[in-house]
Each structure stands twice: as C-alpha cells, then as structure tokens.
Design a protein around this ligand. Structure first.
Ligand code: NAD
Length: 323
C-alpha cells in the first residue's frame, strides 16, 4: 500500500515509517522539520519505497496533492510537548486544528483511510481511572493555555468522527499515552530523555512539582507495532483507541530508576511548577489508560518494559552518533 505519514520525520513518525517500509509498504513522509529531523529517517532515506516532501500541513494544496495518491494516511504532524505549547500557544493551536482539517478534507474525495493522532491529554483532569475511550473529558480553564493542546486534539477527534458519520470517511483516532524511546528529544519538555541526559552528564534530574504525579510509558517500538495491527483490523474504523502501556510509575520513582540504570551520581531536585511554567500551570496527577479495547481489536499487548525503554535511550545517548 501507499501510505502518507505526516510528521514522519518526528519521533513516532520515523519509527512508524521504518516499520511500514519493513512490512513492504511504500511511504511518503510529509514534514516541515520544525521538531522532526531528516536524520531520524537515515535508515530508509535511500530505500526505493520511500520519499520525503518538506512542507507544512497548513499548505492545503500540498496536503491535497499528497493525500490523493495515498491508500492510507497517518496524520501525526502536530505541535507537540507541553513546553512548546506553552511557548507558542497560538501557532500550536492553529497547526493542530487547521492542519487536521486540511488532511481530513483531502481524504474525503477518495475516502482515504485516515489515522488521526490524539493524546491522553484529552482526558484532562478526569479522576476516573483507568481512562476509557468513552469517558467524559474534563479540561481546565481557557486562561490556562496548557489545555489548548488537549482542546485542539479533542476538536480533531470530533472532526474525524463527524466526517466518518456524515460521509463514511474511514478514520481511526489514536489517543497516544506517553510514548518514549530512542530519538525522542528532550527539547520540548519530554521527561525521560531529559532525565537520561542529565544522569549521563552527572547533572541533577529536575522533577517538576512533588514528583508524586504518575505516568505510564510505552516503548515506541510497541506503539508502532500496535499501529500496524490497527491498520489491518476492520473493527478499528470509526473508533477511538488508547495506545500505550498501563505500567504506572511516579516521576520521582522514574528519576530514581534512571539514576540506578545509568549508575549516575546525579541527585534529584524538585522544582515548583511556577518556576518552569507560567503561574497557575496545572499538571495531571495521574494518567492511566485502559488498553483493553486495543487488545480486543488487535490482540496487541505491550511487550517492552520501562527498564528496556530506559536502557534503549541510554544506549542511544551513549552511541558515537549522538554523543
Ligand atoms: P514530534 O514532534 O517528534 O513529531 C511531530 C512531527 O510533526 C515533527 O516531525 C514535526 O516537524 C512535524 N510538524 C509539526 N508541525 C508541522 C507542520 N505544520 N507541517 C508539517 N509537519 C509538522 O512528536 P511525536 O512525539 O512523534 O508526536 C507525533 C504525534 O503523536 C503528534 O500528533 C502528537 O500530538 C501525538 N502524541 C505523541 C505523544 C508522545 O508521547 N510522543 C503523546 C501523545 C500524542
């Protein structure tokens, strides 16, 4: 199949592209290289089934031209990361709403199967655990721009599901929980690459807040395997899926584990949220997915543990290319 991956030069997109090519597909990556890098695609750059087009998903004509010949679209291009969203909120909102609108509009004429990347952030402050796909979503006040990311992605979900209902557009919404592993950059606030980098440098690991907030980290290799399975699962069409692991850990314990696995002499420092983000910043205390719907549809279960994720990031950061 011919598959278009928007945001394919990014972290998840580059791993997905490699996997799709390995599975025999032809892949076009479309990316503006704002947070993604061509270096992420080095392993497939010369493959005859791979092409790269640089441009923005805000360019309607380019999006239309690239979606037209595709059999399937993975729409991953977005402004991602709490730090980036807080630093550039209006641009992020526009990218995440208008970009998705362009992709879905372009998919309509041929009813091209489109996967839309969403996020666990849409669950917001929900206190019903674990999060299930049909749960109510509870976000914070508009004054707190952190929630604009969740809100933009929620609108993307609505738009995709509305086109599915009105026009029969085949869509699947992917609610990614914390996905991590090699190639993820810490530049936009992603916690694990930042912790591993600090530990390897002997610098303090900066934990925001008390460190009692918890997350579940999924290995990107597992996540792209799940995406491959969803592509071939007929019951995935028109549905929303939590994608991730349900292995839960507090950020304090995560920092301790990174220190242990790197053998680092770093210490842990606790930084109030107000010192890092604008006053009034709210974090989610807990983010625990129910991933049983994904398992029912595909048989998928995450195989790679948090320890393996951390070890893979350590190996990457210690490799000569990265160092
Ligand atoms: P990433 O930043 O590595 O990837 C995003 C890619 O989109 C980058 O390559 C970037 O250059 C590209 N991009 C950004 N704006 C663009 C534009 N206007 N036009 C074209 N390309 C553009 O982040 P990622 O972690 O790989 O995220 C991929 C998708 O998964 C995103 O939609 C994100 O919201 C979603 N997601 C990721 C996580 C996670 O834990 N990594 C969690 C929840 C949701």
């Amino acid at each position: 199949m011919h598959i278009l991956v928007t945001g394919g030069a990014g972290f998840i997109g580059s791993h997905l592209t490699e996997r799709l090519i390995r599975d025999g597909h032809t892949v076009t990556v479309f990316d503006d290289l704002s947070t993604g890098r061509l270096a992420n695609l080095t392993s497939v750059a010369d493959h005859p089934n791979f092409t790269f087009t640089e441009g923005s998903i805000l360019d309607r004509q380019m999006v239309t031209d690239l979606v037209r010949p595709a059999d399937v679209v993975f729409h991953l291009a977005a402004a991602v990361g709490v730090k980036l969203i807080m630093d550039e909120p209006s641009r992020s909102i526009l990218t995440n709403v208008a970009g998705t609108e362009n992709v879905l509009d372009a998919a309509l004429p041929n009813k091209t199967y489109t996967f839309v990347a969403s996020t666990s952030e849409v669950y917001g402050k929900s206190a019903k655990f674990p999060f299930q796909e049909d749960d109510d979503l509870t976000i914070g006040a508009t004054r707190n721009l952190r929630w604009s990311y969740a809100c933009a992605k929620t609108l993307d979900e609505f738009l995709a599901l509305a086109h599915a209902r009105e026009s029969g557009l085949p869509v699947t919404v992917l609610r990614f929980f914390n996905t991590t592993g090699p190639r993820q950059t810490g530049r936009y606030g992603m916690v694990l690459p930042n912790f591993v980098k600090a530990a390897l440098e002997g610098a303090p690991l900066m934990v925001h807040g008390s460190g009692e907030q918890s997350r579940c980290f999924g290995h990107v290799a597992d996540v792209v395997k799940a995406l491959g399975l969803l592509m071939n699962a007929p019951q995935a069409k028109g549905e929303v899926f939590n994608i991730g692991s349900s292995e839960e850990i507090t950020i304090r314990a995560l920092a301790e584990k990174v220190i242990e696995l790197t053998g680092s002499s770093s210490d842990i420092r606790y930084v109030p949220y107000d010192a890092v983000y604008p006053e009034g910043f709210e974090d989610m205390q807990r983010r625990l997915p129910d991933v049983s719907k994904l398992e029912r549809a595909t048989g998928f279960r995450p195989m790679l543990t948090l320890q393996q994720i951390i070890e893979d990031i350590i190996t990457e950061m210690q490799s000569p290319v990265c160092a």
